[in-house]
Each structure stands twice: as structure tokens, then as C-alpha cells.
Ligand binder design. Structure first.
Ligand code: ZN
Ligand code: ZN
Length: 216
């Protein structure tokens, strides 16, 4: 299969390389094999290529967001079947460890952010998803893939880290620094909590124009 692979020069910086790679296989009973139909380039991928994430080593297939169709499942997967269309969460969660049981999935002792980091990721024709029951979500019938893929990472990151951690309340004045995908996700989801005023800050006029359209 074709995949986008991280190649490092050994001097910190890396480069993306479009390569033939072995088709992934089921390794554990809780695995699913997903044929990717849509993926993204996240800001995190750009950090990886700049050499900011030493956990990502040479030959890693990049990508931690995506939509796909289940091609194979392990014998321990109960919530999904072959042919199901799914959203892949950027966070792998076993749903059994102490952190998962507290709802802190990104701290999972057996997962966390590992896709496209410690294990091969979604910028490929196929990806192996460990603990499939904990990190796949069904795509609703007639769900728009371009919209749904935002749920893999960008939209929930903006909502959880910006709006929930920022404790946005009715009547608040809030400022969002940066109107990339995560900033725009904060802008959209902050409006669930009726702030009085939302100010966005960015150097890019086109991004600011979009932010204004979205309620800034
Ligand atoms: Zn991401
Ligand atoms: Zn866990």
C-alpha cells in the first residue's frame, strides 16, 4: 500500500516520503484494520517534520486523524463489524486502565496519542487501530466525511482544551489567539455557552474574515 512516511536526516529535521509500505495486519484481538477514505494534515504533523517531536522516529507512517471503512476486525471487537464506516479518534484508549476509567483517555496507560507517533498512522491506504472499541465511532448514515473528519481531533481539541478548560460562561468576553482549525473550533463551540463578545487575533486577513463569518 501507499503511505506517507517520516524520514529523518538524523539532524533533527525530517521530511515526508510517499512510499510503498507493507499492508498492516491484525496483531491483537482488540484491533481493527481500517481502509482510509479521508485523512488530514494536522499542525502536529508539521511539528513532527520540523523535528519537534523526538518520539517520532524514522520510517513512521504519519497521521492521527481520519475516516475509513473497517476491513477486518479481531475476535475481541464487539462494537463494530466489517464494512462499518468509522471516525478514528486521534487518541487510543483501552477503556480499562485507571485513567480511562476516570475519563482521561489521552492519559491511557496503554494508548494515548500513539497513532502516527509511536505506531503507524492514518496517512496511508490502511491503518491498524488498537483497542478499536475504545477509539472508533460510527459515522451516521449520509454523514459528510469532510465535516466528520473534524471530529477526529481538531474540533474536540478546541472544545475541550479551549472552551471547557477555559470555563466559558454566558456573558463572558473571550479572546482566541490564532484562527487555524483549532481556533475556529473554539470560536464555533464557545457559542454554545453564550459569551457576550468573542475577539479573535491572527496575522492572516483571510482567516480573520472567516472568523468574522463564524461569529467573532
Ligand atoms: Zn491532529
Ligand atoms: Zn486506558
Amino acid at each position: 500500500m501507499k503511505a506517507l512516511v517520516y524520514r529523518t536526516s538524523g539532524k533533527g529535521h525530517g521530511r515526508p516520503s510517499w512510499e510503498d509500505q507493507p499492508h498492516p495486519t491484525i496483531q491483537h484481538a482488540e484491533d481493527a484494520l481500517v481502509r482510509i477514505t479521508m485523512t488530514t494534515i494536522c499542525g502536529t504533523d508539521l511539528h513532527i517534520l520540523k523535528g519537534d517531536l523526538p518520539t517520532v522516529t524514522d520510517a513512521r507512517i504519519l497521521g492521527h486523524e481520519g475516516i475509513g471503512v473497517i476491513e477486518k476486525i479481531g475476535t475481541g471487537v464487539t462494537g463494530f463489524k466489517v464494512g462499518d464506516k468509522v471516525i478514528i479518534s486521534c487518541v487510543t484508549a483501552c477503556m480499562k486502565c485507571d485513567f480511562c476509567r476516570k475519563g482521561m483517555l489521552s492519559h491511557c496507560r496503554n494508548g494515548g496519542w500513539i497513532l502516527g507517533n509511536l505506531i503507524n498512522g492514518t496517512q496511508a491506504e490502511y491503518v491498524r487501530i488498537p483497542y478499536a472499541d475504545g477509539c472508533l465511532y460510527h459515522v451516521p448514515k449520509d454523514g459528510n466525511e469532510e465535516a466528520m473528519v473534524m471530529l477526529s481531533d481538531a474540533l474536540p481539541t478546541g472544545f475541550e482544551c479551549g472552551v471547557l478548560q477555559g470555563n466559558v460562561k454566558p456573558g463572558d468576553t473571550i479572546a482566541i489567539v490564532g484562527t487555524g482549525p483549532v481556533g475556529l473550533a473554539v470560536l464555533l463551540t464557545a457559542q454554545f455557552y453564550s459569551p457576550a463578545e468573542i475577539i479573535v487575533i491572527d496575522l492572516d486577513d483571510d482567516r480573520l474574515a472567516i472568523a468574522k463569518k463564524f461569529g467573532a
